[in-house]
Design a protein around this ligand. Sequence first.
Ligand code: SF4
Ligand code: SF4
Length: 357
Amino acid sequence: MAHEMRSPIESGCPDGFQYMHPVMCKNYGQWAYHEDVRPGVLVHVSNNGDKIYTVRAGTQRILDLFTLRKLCDIGDEYGEGYIHFTIRSNIEYQMADEARVEPLIKKLEDEGFVVGGTRNSIAMISHTQGWLHCDIPGTDASGVVKSMMDELIDEFKGWNMPNRVHMTTSCCQINCGGQGDIAINVQHTKPPKINHDLVSNVCERPSVVARCPVAAIRPALVNGKPSLEVDEKKCICCGACYPPCPPMQINDAEHSKLAIWVGGNHSNARGKPTFQKLVASGIPNNPPRWPEATAVVKKILTAYKDNAKDWERMNDWIERIGWPRFFEKTGLPFTKYHIDNWRGARNSLNSSTHIRF
Ligand code: SF4
Ligand code: SF4
């Protein structure tokens, strides 16, 4: 007799409609336009004249339970009980009653939250998980975000920039994060240091060898044990071998630095995607406030704010004035390290599905 099987548990994304404001459900696909009422507030207007207001407040992304409960209580009391989170860790409250907007903003600000992040502001910096739940970070991305946003908070609350500014951080050199108008990324500056006693127990050597983008890793016998060796002349210090093989330690308090890149943008209705480009490297990875990295970011933002035309994004502005003028305006040094002369670049870029040349 056939064995009675339990039905599979569907654990995908839940149906979003059950969480949406009734006015949003009713007008799904029927929105005619939206307006920016003031920094941090949007109104969407439907074809039938229905309106829904959105109030956006910044959060620290890694939210403790008490803050989350407080934000939800504020939504129940001052909003209409409907919230969602944006990809940049902002909380958004939706309400149909315009009269609720100002009291809600006042309550959020009285509780120490900041309202803003819309239109031509600096949006909340997006960051990766870092030390909280990843195994390879070389810095605490959330700490970098907190230190920088403390200094840029007026730009989150106002509409003072030429266009929207998206900033991102990443806490390793190879995986998530790191695509925005300004990106603050980890930069390793030395090859991995191998603990030969552990390699044979921990690492699957063929997959580590295959992982290296420049074929710098070879199997080796060290002290009679199977291990690996790195050709340091070839190694580009990317850190890709460290996740599958933790004994190839690459993070280091002294040699793991930060680098700042600018001008990354996805394609939109008016332009093609743009690659971000390196503008500052070897910046100290200096917790708890990362003052050196913040100073570089502020220089770039000041130059952009003072010189770009209305609605020019960072990459549009740099393209118009050219890189030499960008370095002049920001006062950042242009060094030989800014020139990409890596001989393998053509092959690795040609392996992308998006770019061929
Ligand atoms: S950027 Fe790297 S270290 Fe940070 S969360 Fe992503 S994979 Fe982990
Ligand atoms: S750091 Fe990158 S380039 Fe260097 S050995 Fe590891 S995978 Fe290869």
